[in-house]
Design a protein around this ligand. Structure first.
Ligand code: MG
Length: 266
């Protein structure tokens, strides 16, 4: 049986507050030793995910910016990837979302038209982004390297803005602190299904696991064979209103480790 793990990062593999991976590092190594691919699936940008991929020596495909695109290391799959792809750096990319250039252009137009005065990443330098977020300067710089979405940091948006975004094929998703403007086509579930089909192309007997910590992992939970949710720092599990998702005991990385144990013994 070919096992694959799809995993959220913030609050799951990484500690929600410190972004530390120290607790999950050793079980990640066990997965690698068993040859279980670990596919990051998160709202984080490519630059942010590459940072962790490099430190943790994870070389599997990854899904960026809430299902906007799949980055596949060139030559990762032995068979040809039967989807529309483009090549950038050392990746074959399957893009589901919209380019950040187009998204920023639309935001600027609508903001001017509707006389709104909200502030986005592209308006300010990284030093200022660092002030608004809990990110240090380097983290802020990586977070700002968006390719398929834009974040509204402060200032109000309104119904009219949301309607006009929709008409342009975009949507605004509320995060814990900020709103993110992204293509309506971005879809973690769809991105995972594409990767599942690529893995299946190479080994028929595929079984996939998914682990996350919140409502924005729901698209992932719906498409994997065995979904798990870990505890939030409060000790609670996010209320998914979905009994098919199994509760892993342990906050963030500690819950993640429990799921890895299950995977290794499966
Ligand atoms: Mg999370």
């Amino acid at each position: 049986m070919k096992k694959v793990l799809f995993t959220d990062l913030d609050g799951t593999l990484l500690d929600l507050r410190s972004y530390s991976y120290s607790k999950s590092e050793s079980s990640l190594k066990s997965l690698k030793d068993q040859g279980v691919p670990v596919v990051f699936c998160s709202s984080k940008s490519r630059a942010e995910q590459e940072y962790y991929r490099q430190i943790l020596e994870v070389n599997d495909p990854f899904i960026v910016e809430n299902g906007s695109a799949i980055f596949i290391p060139k030559g990762y799959f032995k068979k040809e990837v039967p989807f529309n792809t483009y090549v950038t750096d050392d990746y074959e990319v399957i893009q589901l979302g919209e380019s950040v250039t187009n998204i920023r252009q639309t935001i600027k137009e609508l903001r001017e038209d509707l006389l709104l005065d909200f502030v986005c990443y592209f308006d300010i330098p990284p030093e200022e982004v660092s002030l608004y977020t809990s990110l240090n300067l380097n983290e802020a710089k990586r977070a700002m390297k968006r390719e398929f979405s834009e974040t509204i940091l402060r200032g109000a948006i309104n119904e009219k803005f949301l309607r006009r975004l929709k008409r342009r094929g975009l949507m605004s998703i509320p995060g814990s602190k900020f709103n993110t403007v992204i293509s309506k086509q971005a879809d973690k579930g769809k991105a995972i299904e594409i990767l599942q089909s690529l893995y299946k192309n190479e080994s028929q007997d595929l079984f996939t696991f998914g682990v996350g910590d919140s409502g924005n992992d729901l698209e992932m939970f719906k498409v994997v064979d065995d979904p798990y949710i870990v505890q939030r720092p409060s000790g609670e599990w996010y209320d998914l209103k979905d009994d098919t998702v199994k509760k892993a005991s342990g906050v963030g990385p500690e819950g993640w480790n429990k799921v890895v144990e299950i995977i290794l013994n499966a």
